[in-house]
Design a protein around this ligand. Structure first.
Ligand SMILES: *Cc1c(COP(=O)(O)O)cnc(C)c1O
Length: 244
């Protein structure tokens, strides 16, 4: 490494650590102000399209949970960073049924399960010497025709089917609301909170609620998000992606 790359590497590391610190500080403040409604939430650093050395910088700043959208990228990074045994990989992208094997092998969590066929494949392909894969059902909360996710009225039926699969553990729900007008996703977040409550009446263990991204995570927390997924806010803007 020459001097110039060393300096820019140090600046980048510093920047990522600062952004993480700032996000964690804001999370604590929001929780303090709204302690009656806001559970402790986990920050998932969404590292899609970003090189492994940026993940390493975040890891060295204390970040353990990372979100990836593309199976091939998850497999590459999980292999490259396999020596960091306490990293937790969250798969958050659309799932094609011919790509489930690597997800079942490398991910600790999958946020984007939206049909039984995918759940069955993930369960069948999860190695038996690994703990059951933790999964969330992705809900199409804004009712967009083009969007992934099950419709709210179909969540319970899918949840019941998933609980019968031996190598999966159903932990809750996830949503990506339609792009908000003036960053206000309160209606979608409130609907998700209600749906989560209904689900927990039947399946009390399904407590996780993954919602909120760089533009709207503060609001998501107030509506009871237990996992927020931050990409741009931690790693900066993304370039158009190779796998997209
Ligand atoms: C890319 C992505 C994120 C992070 O988006 P930012 O706006 O960059 O924070 C979160 N969740 C999912 C499902 C994503 O695909």
């Amino acid at each position: 490494m020459n001097e110039k790359t060393t300096i820019s590497q140090a600046l980048m590391d510093n920047n990522i650590a600062e952004r993480l610190n700032s996000a964690y500080r804001q999370m604590a403040e929001i929780r303090q102000k709204n302690s009656s409604t806001t559970p402790t939430a986990q920050l998932i650093a969404v590292s899609k399209t970003k090189p492994a050395d940026m993940l390493l910088a975040a890891y060295q700043a204390g970040q353990k949970a990372f979100g990836e959208n593309y199976v091939q990228e998850l497999a590459q990074k999980a292999t490259e960073l396999a020596h960091l045994t306490d990293i937790e990989w969250h798969f958050i992208g659309p799932i094609q049924s011919n790509k489930t094997r690597d997800i079942a092998r490398f991910a600790h969590w999958v946020h984007s399960v939206d049909r039984l066929k995918i759940a069955e494949r993930l369960s069948a392909q999860r190695p038996l010497d690994m703990a059951p894969l933790k999964v969330l059902i992705q809900v199409n909360i804004s009712g967009e025709a083009s969007k992934a996710g099950v419709m709210p009225q179909d969540v319970l039926a899918l949840a019941r089917q998933i609980t019968a699969l031996p190598q999966l553990k159903l932990c809750g729900l996830m949503a990506i609301p339609a792009p908000a007008i003036a960053h206000d996703n309160s209606a979608a977040f409130a609907a998700m909170a209600q749906l989560s409550k209904t689900l927990q009446q039947e399946l009390p263990q399904a407590t996780e609620l993954s919602m909120g991204m760089s533009d709207d995570w503060q609001q998501a927390l107030i509506y009871g998000a237990t996992m927020i997924r931050l990409g741009t806010a931690i790693f900066g803007a993304r370039e158009t992606h190779l796998y997209e």
